[in-house]
Design a protein around this ligand. Structure first.
Ligand code: SAM
Length: 220
């Protein structure tokens, strides 16, 4: 199968996943019904400073992380979704969750991370990658890294909440990942590693404790 065929057939799974039993519900499958406590902690402590920044969250699902970024002062929190049903679910959820003022700083885009361009042509200052790289087929990972490099501005931050580490399954999604895998993919693509730390179990969603780490990269 060519890379293009793999990409097409693998990507088709997501709309099916979002619709197979009616629209995927909050708390079902990968949807944890809220943003990761590790992200909230980083935003509260200033470990990740998003004030006035343009933030991109690919594979944003229902958009829980966008709410966190908007409330932490992001100039723009943009979610990107391949599955049209996910994008619609995010619009509905955000319509309820956000105040009018917060909503002015949030956008949901439908599109494929590997080909998408921001409609304004502007690059992003911060990327957040959680439950996204692990969702992609392993053969798509090199393109994942170059796509991040394309969408982020020089000097931008890429925060990867690595998951699932220490995973006993060989196939996915979620495909098992290691911290080294993120470095091996991103360093040759034009990133430097700024920070790497394990996520304490109490800052992970239920069932994910001990399987997460934060790696922060800078786009050179
Ligand atoms: C494992 S889910 C995680 C969703 C969300 N981050 C969450 O934690 O609830 C991965 C998401 O990535 C989306 N996705 C997969 N491939 C994509 C692509 N090439 N471009 C944009 N989104 C994609 C899927 O539709 C799916 O909603």
């Amino acid at each position: 199968m060519s890379g293009e065929e793999l990409h097409k057939s693998y990507s088709a799974r997501w709309e099916n996943m979002w619709t197979q039993d009616g629209v995927l519900k909050p708390g079902q499958a990968f949807d944890a019904a809220k943003s990761s406590p590790a992200l909230s902690a980083q935003l509260a402590s200033g470990g990740l400073d998003v004030c006035g920044k343009r933030v991109l969250v690919p594979g944003c699902g229902r958009g829980y992380d966008l709410v966190e970024f908007a409330r932490a002062g992001a100039g723009l929190a943009a979610g990107l979704e391949l599955a049209p049903t996910a994008a619609a679910a995010a619009e509905a959820y955000l319509g309820e969750a956000l105040s009018g003022e917060e909503a002015a700083h949030v956008q949901v885009h439908s599109g494929d991370f590997f080909a998408w361009k921001c409609p304004t042509g502007e690059a992003f200052d911060l990327g957040f990658d959680y439950t996204f790289m692990c969702a992609l087929h392993p053969n798509m990972r090199a393109d994942w890294a170059t796509s991040w490099a394309r969408l982020l501005a020089p000097g931008a931050t890429l925060a990867c909440l690595a998951f699932p580490l220490n995973h006993d399954k060989e196939t996915g999604p979620p495909w098992p990942v290691t911290e080294q895998m993120y470095k091996d993919l991103l360093l040759p693509a034009g990133f430097t590693l700024v920070r790497e730390e394990p996520v304490p179990a109490e800052l992970s969603h239920a069932g994910r404790g001990g399987k997460e780490a934060l790696l922060v990269f800078r786009r050179t």
